[in-house]
Design a protein around this ligand. Structure first.
Ligand code: MEV
Length: 312
């Protein structure tokens, strides 16, 4: 095979982050910001014209190459999802790179195989996370984890140690979300670890994790019945629960509050500690203006986008 072009979308979490790490329900949507790259086999690993090294080859890429024979390739990265902001940048990279490595090694590039490879790479690089980000990126559209689903919506099942996740696709009505980026970089691993420690030592924290799971199930019903008012209320409540777990920050709270007058609801999205918040709204320009006024960077995003694409 001469060369392959691959791409995979970023995502945002509507409800259920952190609790999903412990097998609770969660809902994530893919969005129109993509990681994209071209790759072809070569004599040594090269990335964007330079020899690969620890700075330009992420641990995810290294892991995925080693997983499938470590055949050197030359890679050109054409587009990225903003990193360290809870928008699934490393998951999109892992999903796309898994597809490139598999395609160049003549291995199947079905979505279930890609979702498993990408999750293993994220897990190796990041520690104790869930397969939510990688599955959302591979699948595209909308996914739910650990919720009741119709047989035809089942996508794949992923296990890790004593934890397991059933991943299913969901139909999402047309909704507008505005993302507000605080500009504060906050890698996922340490935040997942912070919540784990809190949950392992505190009964109250465990009850918050359970409550996030229950709120997510209600949120799924609201999505299925296109009830934006209810979904918005649940999102705002979800933000409070995540704040109690210690993963919000003053800048996230400020952007959530600023968005509220023009939205159905707003919350931090992803791992928190900085990164991004989301607002569900019919007035995206107003929300974007409020986010800018309060020091954030807004993105009005479209959902309903394809997952991994592979062109040989
Ligand atoms: C990160 O987008 C979401 C977390 O729940 C971590 C994970 O699920 O791996 C915080």
């Amino acid at each position: 095979m001469k060369s392959v072009s691959v791409s995979a979308p970023g995502k945002f979490v509507v409800l259920g982050e952190h609790a999903v790490v412990y097998g609770k329900p969660a809902i994530a949507l893919a969005m129109d910001m993509r990681f994209s790259m071209r790759a072809h086999p070569s004599n040594e690993f090269r990335i964007n014209g330079a020899p690969a090294n620890q700075y330009n080859m992420s641990p995810h890429m290294k892991y995925l190459s080693e997983m499938h024979g470590n055949r050197p390739m030359t890679v050109f990265i054409d587009g990225r999802v903003p990193s360290g902001s809870g928008l699934g940048s490393s998951a999109a990279l892992s999903a796309a790179y898994a597809a490139a490595v598999r395609a160049l090694n003549h291995l199947p590039t079905d979505k279930a195989s890609l979702a498993k490879d990408a999750f293993e790479a994220e897990y190796a690089a990041q520690g104790r996370g869930s397969p939510m980000d990688t599955s959302a990126s591979v699948q595209g559209g909308g996914i739910a984890l650990n919720v009741p689903y119709k047989k035809e919506d089942f996508l794949w099942h992923i296990d890790k140690g004593d934890r397991s996740w059933d991943i299913s696709k969901i139909d999402v009505p047309k909704m507008t979300f505005v993302i507000g980026n605080t500009g504060i970089r906050a890698p996922t691993g340490p935040l997942v670890e912070k919540v784990r420690k809190y949950k392992d030592t505190n009964t109250f924290a465990r009850s918050i994790v359970d409550e996030i799971g229950d709120v997510t199930l209600e949120g799924l019903k609201a999505i299925e019945s296109n009830d934006k008012v209810k979904l918005g209320e649940l999102m705002t409540y979800g933000h409070k629960l995540l704040s109690i777990l210690g993963v919000s920050c003053p800048q996230l709270n400020k952007l959530v509050k600023a968005s509220q007058p023009y939205s159905y609801g707003a919350k931090l999205t992803g791992s928190g500690g900085g990164g991004c918040m989301i607002a569900l709204t019919d007035k995206p320009e107003k929300v974007a203006e409020a986010i800018t006024l309060h020091g954030g960077t807004p993105y009005i995003v479209n959902t309903g986008v394809p997952g991994v694409t592979v062109k040989v």
